[in-house]
Design a protein. Structure first.
Lengths: 289, 175
């Protein structure tokens, strides 16, 4: 099979650009969802706050100010075609795509005037790496000769409220749903509602968490292709919006803009469930090379 | 519709007591930034009986770690961070004279008790509106802990900085 070569520098430049653009430009589907939520919202203060978020997004883009001061931990999803190779600079043959991605993140956060929020280790010194690296990178190898790179700037406030739980395989949709709704209720004002809720059902310990994050990358208007889970998404969204948490937790019927469920096969003994809470500042962008 | 109240810093007891949970508050004047690490350091100084790098009497601390300022700009995006992470520290600072805080989200009982006891207020600004809120900041200067980078203590001057009184000095809460 002929392989296609992508230059190391191309990966660096792409990641740099995606980091910057995602932190300054709210995706169209999110903006649209905020606008229709503002139209539907009946609580006066909630409406006003949604208006602020819409204004914030246009100001960010026009005046080149990041949407939010927490420009996140950079999560990068890479789908690398099996026929793609990355050609590295001659003078440093040990480099690989991981280096290119981290170089791109470091450049993006420096040149884009984004906040560097990563510390080198968690519990001892917590020294800032000053580059916003390392990124958290998830690779998958797929058929073909394309390279898809998705950058997500994930805020700390909403990530902190994300949860995982092992259920019994005999537990019901209702039991699982009640727990998911409770996780959202507990996130409340602290995680900057309105949210996008990523749910990972199945897999194992780490897969459930990973697919709950991948779920966030779907278009805000789409549904799980399986009717059972599509209905569950709709039911969860309704119940979450009945919580009266509302934008910023001050009340209102806009607690979440969407619920996205992703599923994976799992062990006969297990039913892992993960909820990844994403704030309204849902910053992500992809490029196919 | 709730009241809109303009306040100037530093805050007097009278001003604090005029605010009720749910009021819209527009803050003008000097406020200080501080988040996790700065709070930890300030409390360590208080525990050791030492002098703080800023006089907290009547002051307001805004829980924020801004993005770097673009050339010619005062500050970058500057919205609030989650207040509850400061719960372990705020009562001590309130006892030392702090009158107001600005953040997002809930506060614990220890903070609510301190707000009542010492007549102080907790305000909420819109989380995730960092671009919009930055427009209300007219001056910014690092005054302590520069080594903390974004977490340094900055002296900001704000004009009509929009907040909601989230927890008042009477035990009331907007949530
Ligand atoms: S939760 Fe999201 S919107 Fe809120 S401060 Fe963090 S990154 Fe910004």
């Amino acid at each position: 099979m002929a392989t296609r070569t992508i230059q190391y520098e191309t990966v660096v430049e792409t990641v740099e650009r995606l980091c910057i653009e995602s932190c300054y430009e709210l995706p169209d589907d999110v903006l649209k969802a905020l606008k229709s939520a503002a139209d539907r919202e009946t609580d006066e203060r909630a409406k006003k706050i949604l208006g602020q978020l819409i204004e914030n997004a246009s100001l960010a883009q026009q005046e080149r100010i990041p949407l939010c001061q927490d420009t996140g931990l950079t999560v990068v999803f890479v789908e690398q075609g099996a026929d793609v190779t990355i050609s590295v600079p001659d003078d440093d043959p040990k480099l690989c795509i991981t280096d290119a991605i981290n170089e791109g993140v470091a450049k993006g956060y420096e040149n884009g005037l984004l906040r560097k929020s990563i510390v080198a280790e968690p519990l001892n010194e917590r020294t800032n790496t000053k580059t916003n690296t390392p990124a958290v990178i998830h690779y998958s190898i797929v058929p073909g000769d394309k390279l898809k790179i998705t950058v997500m700037a994930k805020g700390g406030g909403c990530e902190n409220k994300s949860r995982f739980k092992m259920f019994n395989p005999t537990d019901t949709k209702q039991t699982v749903s009640n727990w998911i709704i409770d996780v959202v209720r507990q996130a409340g004002a602290n995680a900057c509602p309105p949210f996008i809720i990523g749910v990972g059902l199945g897999g194992n310990f780490e897969t459930a968490c990973l697919i709950s994050k991948k779920a966030l990358l779907r278009n805000i208007d789409d549904h799980n292709p399986v009717q059972f889970y599509a209905e569950m998404e709709t039911e969860l969204l309704e119940k979450i919006n009945d919580l009266n948490v509302g934008p910023q937790g001050f009340g209102g019927n806009t607690t979440a803009l969407a619920v996205k469920i992703e599923t994976a096969p799992c062990h006969i003994a297990s039913l892992p469930v993960a909820v990844n809470i994403e704030c309204h500042s849902h910053r992500h962008k992809s490029q196919i090379l | 519709m709730s009241n809109v109240i303009r306040v100037n810093t530093p805050l007097s007891d009278d001003v604090v007591l005029s605010l009720r949970a749910g009021d819209e508050v527009l803050v003008s004047g000097v406020i200080y930034t501080g988040r996790d690490q700065a709070h930890k350091r300030l409390c360590e100084l208080l525990d050791a009986g030492k002098v703080l790098p800023i006089d907290l009497t009547g002051q307001v601390i805004y829980f924020v770690g801004p993005t770097p300022a673009a050339p010619g700009r005062v500050i970058g995006a500057a919205g609030p961070t989650t207040s509850s992470r400061m719960d372990a520290f705020s009562p001590k600072l309130i006892a030392a004279g702090l009158k107001g805080m600005i953040g997002k989200g809930y506060r614990g009982d220890e903070v609510r008790d301190a707000l009542k006891e010492y007549k102080a207020v907790h305000l909420a600004a819109t989380g995730g509106a960092g671009a919009l809120l930055s427009k209300c900041i007219v001056a910014s200067k690092i005054v302590a802990y520069a080594d903390l980078g974004t977490e340094a203590i900055r002296k900001l001057v704000v004009t009509d900085f929009p907040c909601v009184a989230a927890y008042d000095a009477y035990g009331g809460s907007v949530y």
